[in-house]
Design a protein around this ligand. Structure first.
Ligand code: M1P
Length: 255
């Protein structure tokens, strides 16, 4: 996106921001955004403010959307907004570890690792718990799985309910921890404090006085990681099936 972008106050459609989920909405899962999508976002940004709100960390979003992602969007919300940028400047952020404390965190990790060690999956790789700023991400196969291994695991998981069963076990074991579990992708699920879902990012845009907040996401069903923000009374939700669907609805709505 190399074109000159007008300041927020001079966008064609005033007080409006469009937020996008990343995986399955702007890009195919874990893959790059198409050149057509990047061009459309650049054009859209001349009309309204734009932002993304993804579950993954910023490094993954840079891989998927471009190294310069913090300048391609007005707002960048990684890890549901726990890591936030506005016009390329970092905003204040919170951390999962400060919130939960070392002792409870250790108990949680030990339980998960013990549980995973007792599963007998067809394939396992590495990085079963990814420690992030605002959450942990748990993957029974491991985050190092290759693309085909991901696809195979996703099918296997759907059939054998590996992630759903582990989430139930965690809910049963830690009812008083105040945690939420979200199965947003193909091979893992996110664990974060109640309220730290994608609606967390809305506090940043509300402060700016946006009166119309659009949100596009593909996991808007109950239990999906777009569910809360899609259904939040502060947003106008658009449910999509894939990036092509996103482009179609953006063109119909804003051009
Ligand atoms: O953005 C959706 C999810 O994408 C990844 O999930 P997976 O690796 O299972 O496909 C993860 O980064 C996850 O945190 C995120 O919610």
């Amino acid at each position: 996106m190399s074109t000159v972008i007008p300041p927020l106050s001079e966008r064609e459609i005033k007080n409006t921001i469009v937020l996008f989920d990343v995986d399955g909405t702007l890009t195919p899962a874990r893959l790059h955004a198409s050149p057509e999508m990047i061009t459309l976002l650049s054009e859209l940004r001349k009309k309204v403010a734009i932002g993304f709100v993804g579950g993954s960390d910023l490094v993954k979003q840079q891989e998927q959307l471009g190294d310069d992602v913090i300048h391609m969007f007005d707002y960048c919300f990684s890890e549901n907004g726990l890591t936030a940028y506005r016009l390329g400047e970092k905003l204040a952020s919170q951390t999962f570890i400060n919130w939960i404390g070392e002792a409870k965190y250790k108990t949680l990790v030990k339980f998960i690792l013990r549980y995973l060690s007792e599963l007998d999956l067809p394939v396992v790789r590495g990085t079963f718990i990814e420690y992030r700023n605002g959450m942990i991400n748990v993957s029974p196969i491991g985050r190092n799985a290759a693309t085909q291994e991901r696809l195979d695991y996703e099918k296997y998981d759907l059939e054998h309910k590996i992630r759903a069963n582990l989430v139930s076990a965690l809910q049963k074991e830690f009812p008083d921890y105040g945690l939420r579990y979200s199965i947003g992708g193909q091979i893992s699920f996110d664990v974060f404090p109640e309220g730290w879902d994608k609606t967390y990012c809305l506090q940043h845009v509300e402060k700016e006085g946006f009166t119309e907040i659009h949100f596009f996401g593909d996991k808007t069903f109950f239990g999906g990681n777009d569910y809360e923000i899609y259904n939040d009374p502060r947003t106008i939700g658009h449910a999509v099936n894939n990036p092509d669907d996103t482009m179609r609805i953006v063109k119909e709505t804003f051009f």
